[in-house]
Design a binder for this molecule. Sequence first.
Ligand SMILES: NC(=O)C1=CN([C@@H]2O[C@H](COP(=O)(O)OP(=O)(O)OC[C@H]3O[C@@H](n4cnc5c(N)ncnc54)[C@H](OP(=O)(O)O)[C@@H]3O)[C@@H](O)[C@H]2O)C=CC1
Ligand SMILES: C[C@H]1O[C@H](OP(=O)(O)OP(=O)(O)OC[C@H]2O[C@@H](n3cnc4c(=O)[nH]c(N)nc43)[C@H](O)[C@@H]2O)[C@@H](O)[C@@H](O)C1=O
Length: 318
Amino acid sequence: MNKDSKIYVAGHRGLVGSAILRKLQEEGYTNLVCKTSSELDLRDPLQVDSFFKNENIDYVFLAAAKVGGIVANNEYPADFIRDNLLIQTNVIDSAYRNGVEKLMFLGSTCIYPKMAPQPLKEEYLLTGELEPTNEAYAIAKIAGIKMCESYNRQYGTKYISVMPTNLYGVNDNFDLETSHVLPALLRKFHEAKENNKPFVEIWGTGTPKREFLYSDDLADACVFLMNNYEGNEIVNIGVGEDLEIKELAYKIKDVVGYEGELQFDTSKPDGTPRKLVDVTKLHSLGWKASTTLDEGLQKAYEGFLNYLETEKATNLVR
Ligand SMILES: NC(=O)C1=CN([C@@H]2O[C@H](COP(=O)(O)OP(=O)(O)OC[C@H]3O[C@@H](n4cnc5c(N)ncnc54)[C@H](OP(=O)(O)O)[C@@H]3O)[C@@H](O)[C@H]2O)C=CC1
Ligand SMILES: C[C@H]1O[C@H](OP(=O)(O)OP(=O)(O)OC[C@H]2O[C@@H](n3cnc4c(=O)[nH]c(N)nc43)[C@H](O)[C@@H]2O)[C@@H](O)[C@@H](O)C1=O
């Protein structure tokens, strides 16, 4: 990318898109295009096509998607498969038909089989059955990967697909019904402390293992790969270390300064037992994460406190 290339960050108000936007601005990219979902509904092919026709975009970071935690995915599979297939199909196809030079598709590690060997190597894609709680979302993501690969083969495009591990950071979704575990626990422990609640409810058994990458590190990796990677194969983005949900909960309890107990609600799903990514390929391309989980948790908690202030000031609920 040149500093004046026209770059469209799809999903720029979300966790990932906002981090990519900050990174691009920090690095001096000046020609950035952003649209909210109410200005441009990416599920609508006509709106998407006229946007690409009018804008002459050079590069696309496709970070707009229907995203949610384990329970939201499990309860609304139709919304997850429909919205994601529509958004990515419209954007990828319009990008091709309107001469976009390069596009990055954001997938997720839920594309790997539930019981795949650990750590998850890129080559494990399509080698076994998916985790049922997010199968619909994962199938849409796999379709996105295959669409990029197919356009590259047939039309000679340069579309790359990256598979981030579980993410967290500023601008996360803190809605307890739809969020991922880390922002949910920041909110639950904070509210329990404020209200002197004797315990905090943790979904599932607490034994599944997850890996967490700070969103600014992810954005740094995305900009790096956009500039330095051209292969047709997917690339994992992660830190290469994981921990049990129970251990994560104790860390967050400490960060927040909550003194009560943990209670496990085993009526809620555990999901995949483990999702540790193999980052050998990413490291060999020359990129490594730099924020430790302890540092990231402090920053994410500050981000949550700022979010609460904004929520209070504007009465805005994400
Ligand atoms: N969060 C995570 O842990 C992980 C995320 N990812 C991937 O990263 C990408 C971004 O996720 P994340 O930032 O967490 O998600 P968020 O929910 O934080 O943000 C999603 C963004 O997508 C936009 N969007 C949703 N629907 C539409 C639509 N119909 N038209 C236009 N824009 C739309 C929203 O725009 P607006 O705000 O304007 O409504 C929003 O800003 C996704 O592809 C996700 O699969 C991958 C691995 C883990
Ligand atoms: C990124 C990834 O995110 C999703 O997969 P997931 O990793 O299973 O998502 P999660 O963050 O919601 O949960 C992780 C673990 O944590 C436990 N857990 C405890 N207490 C809370 C809690 O309060 N909220 C949530 N959400 N989970 C909790 C929860 O029971 C589970 O064992 C995919 O659907 C898909 O979207 C995807 O790609």
